[in-house]
Design a protein around this ligand. Structure first.
Ligand SMILES: Nc1ncnc2c1ncn2[C@@H]1O[C@H](COP(=O)(O)OP(=O)(O)OP(=O)(O)O)[C@@H](O)[C@H]1O
Ligand SMILES: [Mg+2]
Length: 256
């Protein structure tokens, strides 16, 4: 069964048809989502996470349909994301930002039993946050305001926050954009390890086609709201429609 399945997703903003019947199914491991600027990639994430209501189509998580435009329901079903520009609380500590990924879990319920459950959970939560910060080499900065960290580290903190609640599906929106090669390695190595251990399904939007080819056995290319090609990175970057889309957008393709 697929962890995440989109069928026939259509999105319109005013008169602008931004997604035109997108079908995409992802299972465990990394799947890449590529495409020129404005193709509709982030909109796919916004539909899955319930922030944009499609005019047609459906989203299934682990085979179960999800009601459209209900972010809390999607989060409870184990879907987490990062943003193209990190959305962290700058003045809170690195650890607090990672813990925020668990908030929905921690703040549910209200009675005494729930309260006791919550305090147990919150110990577990801190351990989980520590474990993630260790894995990403950020344990020594746990108490620092996250706003003090360089962009590369902030983007890594956002990935750690997304992983905190042990999700089943993780959506990463251009995680490597603006990062040095060293920062990309600091992010990707632990992510790949945790992803494999926890059998995560990771959908990654990325313009760096070399990184996509390295990470993703499977890639889908989106252009003007349509999936042009879906297959191995070598197949997709060599697909004539994809080459045309990238040349039209003035972006060079990689050698495959
Ligand atoms: N909330 C919105 N209201 C109106 N138009 C929107 C909205 N969100 C996105 N769009 C438009 O939808 C199209 C697709 O945008 P989207 O952000 O999904 O593209 P993208 O593939 O993520 O691009 P990029 O690579 O630049 O991040 C663009 O033309 C964008 O201007
Ligand atoms: Mg985008």
């Amino acid at each position: 069964m697929n962890a995440l399945e989109l069928s026939g997703i259509a999105v319109r903003f005013g008169g602008n048809e931004v997604l035109k019947g997108v079908d995409l199914a992802i299972g465990p491991g990394f799947t890449g989502l590529i495409g020129p600027n404005g193709a509709g990639k982030t909109t796919v994430f916004n539909v899955v996470t319930g922030y944009v209501r499609p005019v047609a189509g459906s989203v299934r998580i682990a085979g179960e349909p999800i009601p459209s435009a209900r972010p809390a329901v999607v989060a409870r079903r184990g879907v987490r994301r990062t943003f193209q520009t990190p959305r962290l609380v700058a003045e809170l500590s690195v650890e607090a930002n990672v813990l925020a990924g668990l908030d929905a879990e921690l703040t549910r319920g209200g009675g005494l039993a729930d309260f006791l459950g919550i305090s147990r959970k919150s110990r577990a939560a801190r351990e989980r946050a520590r474990e993630l910060l260790d894995a990403f080499g950020l344990a020594d900065r746990a108490a620092e305001p996250v706003g003090n960290l360089p962009l590369g580290s902030q983007k890594i903190v956002e990935v750690a926050r997304a992983l905190a609640p042990q999700p089943r599906v993780v959506l990463l929106d251009e995680p490597a954009a603006g990062l040095s090669a060293a920062d990309v390695d600091r992010m990707v190595a632990p992510l790949a390890e945790i992803g494999e251990r926890d059998e995560l399904s990771i959908l990654i939007i990325e313009h760096d086609l070399e990184l996509v080819s390295r990470l993703c056995p499977r890639v889908a290319a989106l252009h003007f709201g349509r999936i042009l090609a879906d297959g191995t990175p070598a197949e997709v970057v060599a697909h004539p429609d994809v080459v045309k889309a990238y040349l039209g957008a003035g972006v060079a393709t990689v050698d495959s």
